[in-house]
Design a protein. Sequence first.
Length: 581
Amino acid sequence: MSKINTNDSIYLANYYITDFYLKGSKDKILSNKSLNTTKDLNLKLNYTDYLNYATKNNDSIIYNNYLEVLNIAKQKNDIFQINEALRRILYYFFKRNNSLNYDKVDKYLSEFKLLKTSDWDNFWYEYLSNGFNISKAYFNKTEYPKASDFKSCLNFAEKTQNKFAKIKANQIIGATYTLASNKNSDSAFYYFNKSKMLLLKENSFFFQEILSQIYFNFGRIEFDKKNFAKAIQLFKKAKENKQYANQSKLKYYLYISKAFEQNKQNDSAFFYLKVHNKLKDSLNLLNQSIAISDIKEKYNTLENEKQILELDSKRKQNLGFLIATISTLILISIIAALSLKNSKRKRKLAEQQKELETIKNLTLLKEQEITTINAMVDGQEKERKRIAEDLHDNLGSVLATLKLHFENLKINRKKKKIDQKELFNKTENLIDEAYLKVRRIAHAKNAGVIANQGLLLAVQMMAEKISSADKIQIEVIHFGLDKRLENTLEITLFRIIQELVTNIIKHADAKNATINISLYDKNLNIIIEDDGKGFDIKKVNLNNGMGISSIKTRVEHLNGTFKVDATLGRGSSIIIDIPVN
């Protein structure tokens, strides 16, 4: 693409162009090293436009791709590509209405202003600069720009003869009339309707998306006029476009709910509010999933780099050892050869014996070294396993409880059942505890709440913290625990109980649980029950995995017995009996 085709939307064109190229291979588009020509830069821009409009969930990739093209274009002093990249970056920020990036926006706008040369460029500059002024006014609670400020934008759009430009110019002028303190509904309707007339002649999903925005704006006008029934019809028409972004659907559902509420149709208002909240929760989960995926990817990258460095270091060590060994063997061979040549037969036999002794010693040293390395590796594996079990057993329940607190915070933010400050304090305490547990694990200490306070108090404190999240209530019943048990045994038992409670929180969907600890006739009995959904015991493998099987193994190491009693829909019971001296 050596120039812009002003008869079609560049974004729509980019979508289809890139869709065609992606049927082949997109490796070249994604590779920074291959961006050597104007065509390559165009493909990169077009591919990013494809992401922008086809996927909706790649914000960091989209911005970085645009920025990469901008930097390469600057290195090549390619004015056209600099202009194209700047315009896309500005439109990227404009579409996301990101108030935190106005410093960047002002910088890019200044650069774009210096490079604009055509009516198309002038349209975009007027459209974006005034559009950002609307956004700033919204976030800063200041006066909105006047509609007259956008007339030059409309003039440039008319000169380009570009439908997309005309549509967007009329649309944003209509928006300024609805945002102004002295709203002019008639003028707003006039400009929105001009956009609509142009859009009705187009069938692509890109233009249908804008048409949905126009119908929504019509609905807002009728809503402000208190024509709620008509507003509802327009809002519903706006959300009919299945291609429209979920964030915008959130807005549509919310306004439909408000219109029904104002129209005294409370059942319908409640229905659309539920739809809005469900979609909002889904988007929050999606964003969390994306964030977690990014963290995992970064972590895996760091781990891979670490492994590469370790392997490289070992390779160099092994190479050095091999060179030293070979050099030593060569030196010994030379000495042996000279000795054999210049000595008598007895001397030769002695030298040969010495050579054999030397080789034998080297072999023994090598075997000893291998044994030492194997022992070191075994030790590292055991240490890793210990840390993994510590994290799984000791930290898992705290994080599960912390997750419950965060869920309760989200619910309580609207319902206000519990003092928000109290919830934040409890959550902060859990975070502090999680930090301390990680620190203790790092310093290989087995002290803490068990060593200082005993098994019973530790279990009671754990139950109290989990119950305070208001998701599950845990009751602790005890009998015969008048004296402390051996410290190592208490630690092991606490971690077993902790892991079983964590499994209840994560998998059982229970409302109540009971921990029963009894000591009689030198036998410690632990029963943990819940009223959750239960499970099919036949489908649970007690000999594999990190969960129940690992607990069963630990109980057996204590010469105890481990039984599971569970039924689908009727909760579960874990019964542990351990002999105590």
